[in-house]
Design a protein around this ligand. Structure first.
Ligand SMILES: *[C@@H]1O[C@H](CO)[C@@H](O)[C@H](O)[C@H]1NC(C)=O
Ligand SMILES: *[C@@H]1O[C@H](CO)[C@@H](O)[C@H](O)[C@H]1NC(C)=O
Ligand SMILES: *[C@@H]1O[C@H](CO)[C@@H](O)[C@H](O)[C@H]1NC(C)=O
Ligand SMILES: *[C@@H]1O[C@H](CO)[C@@H](O)[C@H](O)[C@H]1NC(C)=O
Length: 326
């Protein structure tokens, strides 16, 4: 074998199996869920139905995307060890794989009647002693709410968006409580996502046929939420001795990249007002349409979820923030 080929094989091995890759632990909702939603849950069946997973792995696999989601793409960028979902771990904790506790629809406080993110931390607490202090200290925590508390408030509770501010205060406080608990359990490296521009997500732009962002949603939800997370993170930086904590600014990243990937219109949309991407009609026929090339689009579905290509573009935008996590 020529020397160059030897070298590239060696390099590939180094990239694929870093000496002791850091683990990643993921808490939050759909942006970090890699299979934790119950497939039999009739309220949020989507990630286990076609056409989710269409591009990768080719069948629905519990991810809210056509392929990988934020936590996968971020893990690849940071070269963390592979992760499994807590529901698919089946007790096999051995320090070589990270774990996602995130569940689509989970709120920071509570949303849709599902357990809040703090319940995911309870799950982590029960198994934390399976990891060495070094594994915990070198692990990356991804804490990622997609805004489920707010979507529940607006769309399910039908509360007026103008009255949402106190909820952003309470959600912000709980995020700090959650992060402090994770620190006290031995974790040291934290990435906390901002909300994307809420008014540009498909659930907010459907009303304009995906032609324009609803500024009321961004101004009342994402902006106060993100301002609070910014202050939380500044405060915790002083508290987290020997630790690092960074914001992942999804607001700016989404804004910068969505126009170059097909704009606001998602790839997969319900055929009528009563159906969503993944809905089925009479006789099991699809009640949605899917674009021919999902990864040419930024948004995947008519809820809040980017395509894998969308997440890749977002994580490329976040590179400069990742230094303290490596
Ligand atoms: C560790 O656990 C994971 C998930 O349970 C499993 O896929 C992997 O094969 C295990 N590795 C070792 C070395 O036991
Ligand atoms: C949709 O847009 C119309 C016109 O601006 C507005 O009256 C209506 O309240 C909007 N509906 C929702 C659900 O945002
Ligand atoms: C924007 O969202 C608000 C709150 O849901 C709604 O009242 C308003 O009609 C929406 N505007 C448009 C143009 O859809
Ligand atoms: C910080 O880390 C160093 C080296 O790992 C250790 O000696 C020191 O006790 C740690 N300090 C705190 C406050 O945890």
């Amino acid at each position: 074998m020529p020397l160059l080929a030897h070298l590239s094989v060696l390099l590939l091995c180094l990239v694929a199996h870093p000496a002791s890759a850091s683990l990643m632990f993921v808490f939050g909702s759909s942006y970090g869920d890699i299979g934790n939603v119950d497939p039999h849950d009739s309220w949020r069946p989507y990630p286990w139905t076609k056409p989710y997973g269409e591009t990768w792995p080719g069948v629905p696999n519990g991810r809210y995307s056509n392929g990988h989601v934020l936590s996968d793409v971020l893990g690849a960028a940071l070269q963390t060890a592979p992760s499994v979902s807590i529901t698919q771990l089946h007790g096999g904790i051995n320090g070589t794989v990270g774990i996602s506790f995130a569940v689509g629809g989970a709120g920071v406080l509570s949303a849709y009647g599902y357990p809040p993110i703090s319940a995911q931390i309870d799950q982590f607490q029960r198994i934390a002693s399976s990891f060495t202090p070094e594994q915990l200290a070198s692990a990356v925590v991804l804490y990622t709410t997609a805004g489920d508390d707010y979507f529940y408030y607006i769309n399910v509770q039908k509360s007026p968006i103008e009255t949402i501010y106190p909820l952003t205060v309470n959600v912000g406080k709980q995020i700090s409580v959650d992060l402090i608990r994770l620190y006290q359990l031995g974790l040291r490296k934290f990435a906390v996502t901002y909300l994307p521009p809420t008014g540009c997500l498909p659930i907010a732009t459907a009303n304009s046929s995906y032609s324009s962002c609803n500024q009321t949603w961004s101004a009342n939800v994402a902006e106060p939420h993100n301002a609070r997370v910014f202050r939380n993170v500044l405060g915790l930086r002083h508290y987290f001795h020997n630790g690092s904590i960074v914001n992942l600014d999804l607001y700016t990243a989404f804004t910068n990249v969505q126009s170059s990937l097909g704009g606001l219109r998602p790839c997969c949309v319900g055929k009528d007002a009563n159906s969503k991407c993944g809905s089925v009609g009479a006789g099991g026929t699809p009640a949605y349409t899917v674009c021919p090339n999902p990864n040419s689009k930024f948004f995947w579905d008519d809820l809040i979820h980017p395509t894998e290509a969308g997440w890749q573009a977002v994580v490329n935008q976040l590179q400069s923030a990742l230094g303290p996590l490596r």
